[in-house]
Design a protein around this ligand. Sequence first.
Ligand SMILES: [Zn+2]
Length: 107
Amino acid sequence: MALIACSECGRAVSDKATVCIGCGAPLTTSSPIDLVPKRSKAPPPTREQIKRRALLSLSILALGLIWAEVLEHRPGGRLALFMAALLIIVGLCWFMVVLIHALSSRR
Ligand SMILES: [Zn+2]
């Protein structure tokens, strides 16, 4: 029986287990070789891909900001406000992820 690292929490769990005992994440790995994160196998995104993703995330962020601005003058209820806030948060988070990817792939 070998121990493998959970891809979610990093805890060492049996390779016979189907879910992580620490966080409950499903374990799809079956050999100790998979200790290496799967993400490193994927080719880094090209500059064009990064640019397109950054643009898309920023437009989501802008849409949320515009929506919030419109709602300030014409209140549209809690749901609309929540959606606007959600757009801003998602756009911002996504943009940060793209930014981190862009910086880490520049090595
Ligand atoms: Zn886990």
